[in-house]
Structure formats: structure tokens, C-alpha cells
Design a protein around this ligand. Structure first.
Ligand code: DGJ
Length: 734
């Protein structure tokens, strides 16, 4: 039984394979946090609630405020005397803010209910047990359902919250976060993923000080600047050692992830929809569902956290039929042509690609309306037959005749002022009447909170997809939200726009998948601005970054794969000098780095040097040889070039230890240097292995006798390489 309740002391205990989570109910009915950490067999006492400490129970009525401001609340509320970060702020019909929750009842169920309109993890009765704790505010007549789902094997506990107005008066929810974790001071550090366009998800680590430290987004998307992920670590934690408490948000809009170290030195960690710009009118009888947070704890450092997240997302969040399949190796024309193409040029690129074994051609931006630059035509999802003479079907059939699949780009959430759609429906754009809206990439955002807007766009997209045999859609989104104004919302409901927009987006993507169940959907947002767990529910892969430089990618992919499975990272080999940073890297290294994700190309093969072109068939074969290992095996981060020495190294090992692939990249070469020792992980200690090295496209056996324990403890020796050079080692059980 992974969820238990001890009646006598009123303590809930949730167990996964290696972790335990406990919370207790006080005599008054407060729900407090007791423990999250390594699995323990027995129930703990309630000392962590500090009920015997100042202010003692007798003084509690008189000194209730002092009590509220230190009690480790499971789900803290605002307005009545807890001054730390609140999860729930609710105003009554008179506009007065205050909410206090008391335990009402609980229910334990096998399996896990879905979340209406939202992406959510899933599992059957054997895989997950859910605890629902019902809390009530009798004054507001508000019912708050706290859900905790324990996924035993993956060491994950998901949390979400449903609010229900059980009264006769309207309530206004000013903030509703999805999870809090109150912890004693452990001198923790916080790890976040920060960045920018083309520099997404760089790992940042800092000491938690007094006060609030947060990452968040108020841009309408999860954003490349800050990422909906937060881990608190013991200061010495590394890949293999130390405690890690992590939260990840299954949501693609505004978010807040925060630590609050308060006056007693304790730390509260929270995650949820960002309260800035948010409010929700909760009418009598209505409910609001807050998105899900995925929590995990590891006492074996970041590596274990990563592997728990990878297993969890692969098994319990990603739904696509492509999830466990090799993805078609694609070639995308964006960096090869930008807007400057016609059908012949595209077919030429596809033909050269097919000859090298590439399996899918993706036509990027520029095929519709009068879209010859990024200044116009978004919203006009009608094929430009001047560019694609003979129409889309002719091009698709031409590509199919080469034995390739066909993919197409859309940016459904956007509208250009210079478009037929805007001329017909200027009100479809999010904007505030009378104010010149802020443009970004010369475009505006469609009001996806409105059904008629979604329907109009969907019809156009649907028609295009029905008109030819299309296998793949790249769903792009190239600006953030601003000038929040919607025709469909009155003043009382305007704070709902950000969230309603995200719900509209999810509804659109679900509709697309319902109508085209075999479609391979790849989300994208100016590169990787919407790489988040919410999107993974709809698309098994996401374009990781517009930065395709192999060296820049090392850092971006390291931060991304810290949380997300490698099979979700869109990664392409592009031309040199690189379009984003002008760097020249060996073709081999570009392919070795892209091999870590969903492998593809973003260039015109005809423009490649002959020696590079000749390497493509070997790279294609290598993807198929290793993809299932990379996609489904265990990932180990061996070294990060961002930390000390400029070399980068990671390993993918089969879960049974039968095979591993080690990728080694020398970012900067060094004169007068020795070979480098690398210790492998995840092998079978007793087994004997063969080792071979793949360098410059050649695979050569490494001489010697290699046992698993020796490879893991004594290590393997890497050759001295020059700037940007790389190689792969294949380790196979005999
Ligand atoms: C941004 C994407 O990240 C690129 O890959 C490309 O599709 C462009 N948009 C097209 O406008």
C-alpha cells in the first residue's frame, strides 16, 4: 500500500520505491508537512509540526499569528497571519482577502484521475495511488481538494489542486499555486534553468538566502528566460551524492517557482501559475483546476533525480504513438533557404537527402499566403501556389515518391497585421483598444481564449492537413503575450486571459491529435521557449533551441536533459560557419551532439563539402543503431564543460547494463596533454565487455580486456583531441 493513514496520530504516509512523504493533521484541523526524504518503514511522530514549541497550544488563540507564521503548512493560504509565500489567496464577494483551511476528509484511490482541459500524468491502478485530502474554509464556503499521486517505481509524487465554490456568493481567486514544501533549514542551494533565445536552459546554482528567490514567467509561455523547474540541493550535492528536492510544472504558461527562507531560517518551496496578472472569478458551484507539479526526491544526487524524471515522463506523460519508436530522421529547410524557396528547390533538397538515407522532409515557414518575409501573412493558412506551383499535394507526392515522409510548419497562435485574417477580424488579436499594441517579429497573438478564433484557425490548418499526405507538424510560436485585452472577457474576468489562452492552446493541440492520431507533432517556440512538460503531453519531441551550433548546444542540451528524456530534444546538424555564432565545428561533432536528441539535418546537402556529405549515411545508420538506447536507457552526466575543464561527456546505458554509448567532446584542445580517464556508470560489474571507438566515421576496437567493475572504478581512457573534436565509445557486453 503506497498511501496510508494512521488514524491514531492522524498522519498520512506516501511511499514510493525509495522515498517517503508524510503530513499530519493537528487537533484543530491544520494540515502540516512532516517529512520528505529517503523511504522509511515507520510513521514518524508529529514533532516536525512543532506543536509543543512556542506558541504552545494554550497560547495559540491569543498568539495565533505567531503560530500561523511558523507552522509548516502543506498548502499555505494568505490573509490570516502566515506571511510567507502563500499558495492560495481568495477574496469574498466584498473583496476582502483571507482564507484558512481545515481538514475535512480524505480518500485513497488506486490509479490517478485526469485533469480537465490540462495535460496530466497518468498511470494504472498498479502503477500509482492517489490521495485526495479535502480541506475547507467554512467562512468562504470554499472546498479545496489536494491531490497527491505516488508513482511507486519512478519515485515521483505529483500534486494538483481543485477549488470548488460551495457557497452562494462569488469568490475571486487571486493566486492558486499547485504545491508547497515547507522544510527546516538545511543550508540549501537552489538549481534553476535560465537563459534567453538561443541560450535556453543553462544550469544556474546559488545559495538560498533569507527572503524570496524565484524564477518565473509572465510572458504567457513558459519561456527561455526562466524554466518551470526548481531543485533544492544540499550544498555538496553533485551527480552522485547529496539530497535533491525537485519540482517540475506540467504547464506551458506563466509560472512561479520560488523559495522563501523565512525569519526562523526555514525554507518554503512553492510552484504554480504566476499570480501576477492572474485572477479567477469562481462563481457559486464552479470549480478551478490548478495544473500539476511533479515532485521527486533523491539522496543520490542529481543523476538519480534526472533518471527518475526521464522514466516518469517516458512512461506517464508522453502519449504519442511515436513515443517508443525511432523518429524519422528529418531534413528541415529553414536554415537552408529561409523564405527563399519554390517547389523545385525544396524537392532538390529532399532528393539529395533521400539519397543519403534521410527519411522525412520538413517544409518550414514561408509556404502560405504572401509569406516572403517574417512581416506578414500569419493567419493566412492557404498554400502560396506561386511558390509551390501545382499545389501542396504535388510537392508532398513528389517527396513521397522519394520514399520520404513529409512534414509542414505552422504558427497557429499568431496573426500578422498584414494578413487577410487580420483585415477581416482585427478583434481576433489580443490587444487593448486605443493602445498601439507592442509588436514582436512584427506580429500579434491570437486570442485563443475565444472559441470562434480557435475554430477559424483550426479549420484552415485542418484543410491543409487533409489536402495531402502529411506525417508531421512543427507547431511554432514566436512571440510572448502583451497588451492583454480580449473581447470575450469583461473586467471581472480579465485576469483569466493568460490561463484561458493556455487552455485554448491545449484544446487546439488535442483536437489536432484527435483528428490526426498518427501525426508526429513537434512543438517549438522561437527555438525552445515552450520546452516544458505541458507540451510533452501533446508532442513527444520539442525543438530545443534555434542555436544549432554544436558547442552552444552542449550547454543547452545538458540543462534540458537534466529534466527531460533525450528522445524529446529536437536536435539537428546544421551548416558551418554556424548561423547563430559563426563557429566552425567538425561535421562529425555536429552529428555526435545531435545524436543525443531526435536526430535531423537543417541544411542544403548540395552545399556541403563532399567529404561531409559522404558521412551522412553512416550518421543515419548510427542514429538507428543507438536511438533506442539513448531514448530508453539510463542517462549519466559524466562531465560538464561549463564547470571546469573544457570537455564534455555523457553516457547512455541500457537499463540491464548490456550496452552503453559514451560521447566525449573536447571543447578546447590543450597542448602537451595526456589521455583522460573517464569512469563509466550503469554497467554490469561482473560482465566482460568489448569497447570500440568511433572517430571520423571509423569504428575501431579498443584493445584490452574490459570488465564492468573495472570500467566503472578504474575507468576508460579518452584520447587527446583538438578544438571541438569528439568521439564515441561503444561498450557492449560479451
Ligand atoms: C522559429 C523556429 O524556432 C525556427 O526553427 C523556424 O521554424 C522559424 N521560427 C521560422 O519562422
Amino acid at each position: 500500500m503506497s498511501v496510508q493513514f494512521e488514524e491514531r496520530r492522524k498522519i498520512f504516509k506516501l511511499d514510493t520505491a525509495h522515498t517517503t512523504y508524510m503530513m499530519g493533521i493537528t487537533n484543530e484541523g491544520y494540515l502540516g508537512h512532516l517529512y520528505y526524504g529517503d523511504r522509511v518503514k515507520h510513521f514518524c511522530g508529529d514533532e516536525a509540526l512543532r506543536l509543543a514549541e512556542y506558541p504552545g497550544p494554550a497560547a495559540r488563540e491569543r498568539e495565533k499569528q505567531a503560530f500561523l507564521s511558523v507552522f509548516p503548512f502543506e498548502y499555505p493560504t494568505g490573509g490570516v497571519g502566515d506571511y510567507r509565500e502563500s499558495c492560495l489567496n481568495v477574496r469574498n464577494a466584498k473583496g476582502q482577502n483571507g482564507c484558512e483551511l481545515w481538514f475535512d476528509s480524505y480518500e485513497i484511490m488506486e490509479g490517478k484521475p485526469g485533469l480537465e482541459g490540462l495535460p496530466a500524468s497518468f498511470g494504472n491502478e498498479k502503477e500509482v495511488t492517489t490521495l485526495k485530502v479535502v480541506m475547507k474554509d467554512p467562512v468562504l464556503k470554499l472546498r479545496v481538494e489536494l491531490f497527491y499521486s505516488a508513482f511507486e517505481t519512478e519515485d515521483v509524487i505529483t500534486r494538483n489542486v481543485i477549488l470548488r465554490n460551495e457557497g452562494n456568493e462569488p469568490l475571486t481567486v487571486d493566486r492558486v499555486l499547485s504545491a508547497a514544501l515547507d522544510m527546516d533549514d538545511q543550508s540549501l542551494e537552489m538549481l534553476t534553468l535560465n537563459g534567453a533565445w538561443a541560450r535556453e536552459r543553462h544550469i544556474q546554482r546559488r545559495r538560498i538566502g533569507y527572503g524570496k528567490q524565484s524564477v518565473g514567467s509572465i510572458r504567457g509561455v513558459s519561456s527561455p528566460q526562466e524554466h518551470p523547474f526548481l531543485a533544492l540541493l544540499s550544498p555538496s550535492a553533485d551527480q552522485k551524492h547529496g539530497d535533491v528536492y525537485a519540482m517540475n510544472f506540467v504547464y506551458s504558461g506563466n509560472f512561479l517557482a520560488e523559495t522563501h527562507k523565512e525569519h526562523m531560517g526555514n525554507v518554503r518551496m512553492v510552484m504554480g501559475i504566476h499570480p501576477e496578472g492572474f485572477s479567477w472569478a469562481l462563481e457559486p458551484g464552479a470549480a478551478f483546476t490548478a495544473p500539476e507539479v511533479v515532485m521527486t526526491f533523491s539522496s543520490e544526487g542529481l543523476g538519480k533525480m534526472t533518471r527518475s524524471y526521464h522514466d516518469f515522463f517516458r512512461k506517464h506523460l508522453i502519449r504519442s504513438p511515436y513515443k517508443d519508436l525511432d523518429r524519422p530522421i528529418l531534413i528541415n529547410n529553414w536554415e537552408a533557404t529561409y523564405f527563399n524557396f519554390d517547389a523545385d528547390k525544396l524537392l532538390g533538397i529532399a532528393k539529395d537527402a533521400a539519397a543519403c538515407g534521410i527519411e522525412m522532409f520538413v517544409m518550414d515557414d514561408g509556404w502560405f499566403g504572401r509569406r516572403d518575409s517574417d512581416n506578414c501573412a500569419l493567419g493566412d493558412w492557404v498554400v502560396n501556389e506561386e511558390k509551390l506551383s501545382g499545389g501542396l499535394k504535388k510537392l508532398v507526392d513528389g517527396v513521397k515518391a522519394l520514399g520520404m515522409k513529409f512534414g509542414i510548419w505552422f504558427e497557429p497562435e499568431m496573426i500578422s497585421e498584414d494578413s487577410d485574417l487580420y483585415r477581416a477580424h482585427p478583434d481576433y488579436a489580443i490587444q487593448i483598444p486605443g493602445r498601439r499594441p507592442t509588436l514582436a517579429r512584427n506580429q500579434l497573438v491570437l486570442d485563443f481564449s475565444r472559441k470562434e478564433v480557435r475554430d477559424t484557425v483550426y479549420e484552415m490548418v485542418y484543410r491543409v492537413l487533409k489536402s495531402a499526405d502529411i506525417d508531421y507538424v512543427k507547431w511554432d510560436m514566436n512571440r510572448y503575450l502583451a497588451d492583454l485585452g480580449s473581447l470575450s472577457l469583461d473586467a471581472e474576468h480579465h485576469g483569466e486571459l493568460f490561463h484561458r489562452y493556455v487552455l485554448g492552446l491545449y484544446e487546439m493541440q488535442q483536437r489536432l491529435l484527435d483528428d490526426f492520431p498518427e501525426l508526429l507533432l513537434e512543438n517549438c517556440s522561437s527555438g525552445g521557449a515552450s520546452f516544458d512538460a505541458g507540451m510533452l503531453y501533446y508532442s513527444p519531441q520539442i525543438w530545443t533551441s534555434d542555436d544549432t551550433d554544436a558547442i552552444e548546444r552542449l550547454r543547452i542540451q545538458e540543462g534540458t536533459e537534466l529534466v527531460y528524456p533525450m528522445s524529446t530534444m529536437g536536435a539537428h546538424v546544421s551548416k558551418c560557419p554556424n548561423e547563430q555564432v559563426g563557429r566552425n565545428t567538425p561535421f562529425e561533432t555536429r552529428a555526435n551532439v545531435a545524436l543525443a536528441g531526435t536526430f535531423g539535418y537543417e541544411l542544403n546537402i548540395a552545399e556541403l563539402p563532399e567529404e561531409d556529405r559522404k558521412k551522412i549515411p553512416g550518421q543515419v545508420a548510427r542514429y538507428h543503431r543507438f536511438h533506442s538506447l539513448i531514448a530508453n536507457g539510463n542517462y549519466y552526466r559524466i562531465h560538464s564543460w561549463c564547470e571546469e575543464e573544457p570537455w564534455d561527456c555523457w553516457e547512455n546505458a541500457e537499463k540491464d547494463g548490456s550496452r552503453a554509448l559514451l560521447t566525449y567532446v573536447q571543447v578546447l584542445g590543450r597542448p602537451y596533454t595526456l589521455s583522460r580517464n573517464v569512469k563509466l556508470e550503469g554497467l554490469d560489474a561482473e560482465a566482460e565487455y568489448t569497447v570500440s571507438k568511433i572517430q571520423d566515421g571509423e569504428e575501431t576496437p579498443v584493445e584490452g580486456t574490459f570488465y564492468g567493475d573495472v570500467l566503472m572504478k578504474s575507468g576508460l581512457w579518452m584520447p587527446a583531441l583538438g578544438d571541438y573534436q569528439s568521439c564515441l565509445f561503444v561498450i557492449e557486453r560479451k
